[in-house]
Design a protein around this ligand. Structure first.
Ligand SMILES: [Zn+2]
Length: 247
């Protein structure tokens, strides 16, 4: 194997770091997207639940109304049966008893009818509210489908990009010095993925510690592979371009 100049080795390490950063970032985003879609789906389910609840309430009221109607019917049947007894009545006492029974049934029926009317009013209100709830559901569903499609598009684009970065990394791996990669990976493992850091002025951008002047000069020259004494990151020189200050 032909020996690789330190300058090129450093360039390779910087490239490797960039690729690893991209790969890590893409993996992180790829894991996040399904969770984001699930969260939006849960929100949509909550909105759909409002509609289902409203429909269930209507159904319950309709059932209650039907039960009342059949109760009214049976009370009316009861009344008819009482009235049949009237022609056979012989005493005033019996007559009064039957009349008061009729009155009681009448009162009961009127009471039931009042309650039924109340239910009908509530039902009307609930029915009126349904179209707006349905509309909201439809809109939210469309919004969710749009969001999901967009996110799935992002996912497949990110997967493609990730494949490209992985392929580039594999190609780079064929060229780099294996010992150097081992050193790189050891540092990266202990520092959450970072093994290469720019040196800006005299500050290591990996740990933000000052670097000794002689080392700064050596990093600037770039003829040797140097690691920060405190964080062990491989250092490369980065020119600081001052942002234009408005006068
Ligand atoms: Zn450092």
């Amino acid at each position: 194997m032909t020996s690789i100049s330190p300058k090129l080795q450093l360039q390779q390490l910087v490239l490797l770091q960039n690729l690893d950063d991209e790969i890590a970032e893409h993996n992180k985003l790829l894991a996040e997207v399904p969770t984001q879609i699930d969260a939006r789906c849960a929100e949509l389910d909550e909105i759909k639940k409002i509609l289902a609840t409203a429909q269930e309430e209507i159904k319950a009221l309709q059932d209650k109304r039907k039960a009342m109607e059949s109760e009214v019917q049976s009370e009316n049947d009861h009344m008819a049966k009482i009235k049949i007894k009237l022609p056979a009545v012989k005493t005033n006492k019996e007559y009064t008893a039957i009349l008061s029974e009729v009155e009681a049934v009448k009162e009961k029926v009127s009471d039931l009818e009042d309650k039924e009317l109340e239910i009908m009013e509530v039902l009307e209100e609930k029915h009126k509210a349904i179209p707006a709830i349905e509309n909201n559901c439809k809109e939210e569903d469309a919004r969710f489908q749009e969001y999901k499609a967009k996110k799935e598009g992002e996912l497949s684009r990110m997967k493609q990009e990730l494949d490209v970065y992985i392929a580039k990394r594999e190609k780079l791996m064929e060229q780099v010095d294996k010992v150097m990669v081992q050193r790189y990976e050891k540092v990266a493992k202990s520092r959450g993925g970072q093994a290469v850091a720019p040196l800006r002025d005299n500050i290591c951008q990996g740990c933000f510690q000052q670097i000794l002047p002689q080392m700064v000069i050596n990093v600037k020259v770039g003829e040797t592979i140097l690691q920060c004494a405190s964080c062990l990151c491989f250092l490369y020189w980065e020119e600081v371009t001052e942002p234009a200050t408005p006068k």
